[in-house]
Design a protein around this ligand. Sequence first.
Ligand code: TYD
Length: 200
Amino acid sequence: MLLTLEGLDGSGKSTVWEALRDRYPDVVFTREPTDSWYGDAVARSMGDGDADPLAELFLFTADHADHLSRVIRPALSEGSVVVSDRYTDSRFAYQAASLADSYLAGGRDPLEYIQEIHDAFTHPPDATVYLDVDPETAADRAGATNKFEHAAYLERVRENYERLIDRDPDRFVRVDATRPLPDVVEVVEDEAARLLGDEV
Ligand code: TYD
């Protein structure tokens, strides 16, 4: 069972992830970007306002490939439950927003292109909790410490998350993350208990 947490920066995702980690000591908790050297490369790219968006997509994707082989697949094959703070949908939503300005040849849709790349090798999540927050609240809370945290960009990211939810409604659980953080944590804890059920 692979459960992922997704949402805009400032949605409270990391706080929720920490609360779940305290509650489920036997679950494997992980995150993307990872703390490997691939993750370091991603961080360097995020810090570069001029980074090429396609190069950046492949750095994030390289980090994901390493995460799969080093953490996700071994944990799942041991029968562990895995909870990841961000996963494939972050690429589909964020890098599709970065690539939006007709970067790809032949009028290709960035979100579909990024999904195709992943389809060839990834392990899809079983369930995804989406912390839904408006881009202004998200940008305010996140304090815009990286280039992805500005409201106009986050608006595009949010539209991409909505497309993903429309296409795969059964996988997603939407949680209203504009509510005070303790309420958000409580709702996600209830949803996690329901989703993880007997597995933990
Ligand atoms: P981080 O500081 O770890 O933020 P958070 O706590 O919100 O997850 O930075 C992760 C940033 O990287 C965040 O702005 C979202 C972005 N991101 C992508 O653009 N693509 C991805 O595939 C992933 C995993 C993250």
